[in-house]
Design a binder for this molecule. Structure first.
Ligand code: DHK
Length: 152
């Protein structure tokens, strides 16, 4: 197993409402359930995980800036800021670990304003459309990328 790496699970606006929010798009898992499932998986893969949710763009920027010094991986569902935030994109550009953009819903099957991501160009990859499973797939992907890096 790889040595302990630090993973930040970051969720943006309205994701604290999971469980009751538009279940046809976001499913029935609460944020606490998502965080518990991610914690179990991340721990089993050798990560130390921190979970943070904020409805405020500036707090998310600060969380990313802090993670530059402390974390190896950011798994990030920026919610609606995905589609609008140059500030979050600029912050992610400064992060030289692995960053993965996550969405519960298939944003490409929804309104056209959700088809554009400001942050996709500055992350390693995007997982969208698999409900709460999107987060778990992103954690597996980050683990695989870190293992590749260790080998090369
Ligand atoms: C979550 C949101 O809050 C939306 O604003 C995005 C994303 C989609 C999701 O599917 O997780 O457009």
């Amino acid at each position: 197993m790889m040595s302990e790496k630090r993973l930040l699970l970051l969720n943006g606006p309205n994701l604290n409402m999971l469980g009751t929010r538009e279940p046809e798009h976001y499913g029935s898992h609460t944020l606490a359930m998502v965080e518990d499932d991610c914690t179990a998986l991340a721990t089993s893969l050798g990560f130390r995980i921190d979970c943070l949710q904020s409805n405020h763009e500036g707090e998310l920027v600060t969380a990313i800036q802090n993670a530059i010094k402390t974390h190896d991986v950011i798994i990030f569902n920026a919610g609606a800021y995905t589609h609008t935030s140059i500030a979050l994109r600029d912050a992610l550009s400064l992060f030289d670990g692995i960053a993965i953009e996550v969405h519960l819903s298939n944003v490409y099957a929804r309104e056209s304003f959700r088809h554009k991501s400001m942050i996709a160009p500055v992350v390693n990859g995007v997982v969208a459309g698999f409900g709460a499973q999107s987060y778990l797939s992103a954690i597996h992907a980050a683990s695989g990328l870190l293992q590749q890096q260790t080998k090369s």
